[in-house]
Design a protein around this ligand. Structure first.
Ligand code: NI
Length: 184
């Protein structure tokens, strides 16, 4: 089932989400709905708070951009992006490489807002899957960026928070309007 995507201004997007303690049928159904919602919205990532559920669950699918990473290792083994998508994960913990990169980002909770965000280029992510296993994902490029963007959502952090002051200045009016639309 496609769910309604929560727009910026709703306080749920600022919630520090609870870890998922137990993968229930309800969580599995929510994950399926999130995948459907993400595809329906032409997105490459969606976090549970964006459908109004403040828990540490997110979905990613970057398989349309197969060459978006220069490497991807899962538990130390080389993988192709396609083999690992869609990626549904809970309770992520991230470590970052030292190199940072600017790239344009968007977010399904901010239609019409795009801007450059500076983030570490490489990431090591420990995450749990719905089957109860824990995996270690090492990657770079777009996948590393989306993992960071979705993990941020789970801690109430939004991409506008990571934009430069100059970037934000240009988007200020749009962002303020979104906040006001919500209040109204
Ligand atoms: Ni987002």
């Amino acid at each position: 089932m496609v769910r309604e995507i929560i727009m910026y201004g709703d306080p749920v997007l600022r919630t520090k989400c609870d870890p998922v303690e137990e993968v229930t049928d309800e969580i599995r159904a929510l994950a399926d709905d999130m995948l459907e919602t993400m595809v329906d919205a032409d997105g490459i990532g969606l976090a549970a708070p964006q459908v109004g559920e403040p828990i540490q669950l997110a979905v990613i699918d970057v398989s349309l951009a197969e060459d978006c990473v220069s490497y991807l290792r899962i538990d130390g083994k080389e993988k192709s992006v396609k083999d690992c998508m869609p990626l549904v994960f809970i309770n992520p913990q991230l470590e970052f490489g030292d190199t940072k990169e600017n790239q344009e980002e968007g977010c399904l909770s901010f239609p019409d807002v795009r801007g450059e965000v500076r983030r570490p280029y490489e990431v090591v992510a420990r995450m749990q899957l719905l089957d109860g296993s824990t995996i270690r994902v090492e990657t770079d490029g777009l996948l590393a960026r989306v993992i960071q963007h979705e993990t941020d959502h789970l801690f109430g952090v939004l991409f506008i928070d990571r934009m430069s002051a100059a970037q934000k200045l240009g988007l200020k009016k749009k962002i303020r309007e979104m906040q006001q639309d919500y209040v109204r």
